[in-house]
Design a protein. Structure first.
Length: 275
């Protein structure tokens, strides 16, 4: 059983709670939506699920319905007692803490996990990148984020939405858009549309390159995305590297594949920086 819109509003009123703008709180208040998310997460009996931003427990209950064991992370100390009452008697462990500061390896242990989350705009990108890099126990993620963020996370080479985060996500995982979520299913109703992104962790990065060098190139290139790469990377990449990497010096950063970025990084690592 999940929470209806009326039950969400009743919980907020009964406990004298107001959604926090600072925490980006918009609670899902539609039973069909949370069950759809649980279905797309492809979890069931025997699966360990960690949910970030459990809120009032709407999605938590839908995940429990699948038979999965759920660890629900919530940072709002005023919401945690309410969440405990909502999920009481269910196979849910509640962790009070800031997802950006949690000791994720300690929390996850040596088990394999699926992460499901309704992420606010201000933490979505840094949290996803942190977890891809530092929480190897998470095999896949299904995250609900602002639609523009979702498009950046999943953007392929040549797409206008592609940015530094697109390349970094592609290094760690296989991203795919899993559907849109209308603003009407939230309380309060946000001014933006949301979307679901699935991230399946790769067993190993698909390219060979020093990661620090690769990511530094990507950040530099996209930091001046309107410039041609021969100009934005002038202080890092020797002009001869473009030829050896098979990259046009006049290319814009969003045009490059991950493999092309990796070839530039390998050349930059082995060639003295331009004077």
């Amino acid at each position: 059983m999940t929470l209806t819109r009326r039950e969400v509003r009743d919980l907020l009123e009964r406990h004298h709670l107001r959604p926090s703008r600072a925490l980006g709180q918009n609670f899902v208040a539609d039973t069909n939506t949370v069950r759809r998310i649980a279905r797309l997460a492809d979890v069931g009996p025997g699966d360990d699920v960690v949910e970030v931003g459990a809120g009032l427990g709407s999605l938590t209950l839908a995940l429990v319905e699948t038979g999965a064991s759920v660890t629900a992370v919530e940072t709002d100390r005023y919401l945690v007692p309410v969440l405990r009452t909502v999920v009481e008697g269910s196979d849910v462990e509640i962790v009070e803490g800031d997802a950006l500061r949690l000791d994720w390896p300690a929390l996850l242990g040596d088990r394999r996990w699926v992460l499901v989350a309704n992420l606010p705009y201000n933490i979505a990108t840094p949290l996803i990148l942190d977890l891809l890099e530092g929480a190897a126990g998470i095999d896949r993620m299904l995250v609900m984020v602002q639609r523009e963020v979702a498009e950046r996370l999943a953007a392929a080479a040549g797409e206008s939405a592609r940015g530094a985060v697109s390349v970094k996500v592609e290094y760690w995982a296989v991203p795919s858009l899993a559907g849109r979520v209308p603003a009407t299913v939230f309380v309060p109703r946000p001014k933006v549309e949301s979307a679901l992104v699935r991230l399946d962790r790769r067993p190993h990065p698909p390219v060979e390159a020093d990661r620090a060098t690769l990511f530094r190139l990507v950040d530099t290139g996209f930091g001046q995305r309107r410039k041609m790469l021969r100009r934005s990377l002038a202080g890092i990449v020797d002009a001869t590297c473009f030829d050896s990497a098979g990259v046009a010096p006049s290319a814009r950063p969003e045009e490059l594949t991950l493999e092309q970025w990796a070839r530039l990084a390998r050349c930059a690592s082995s060639t003295p920086p331009p004077s």
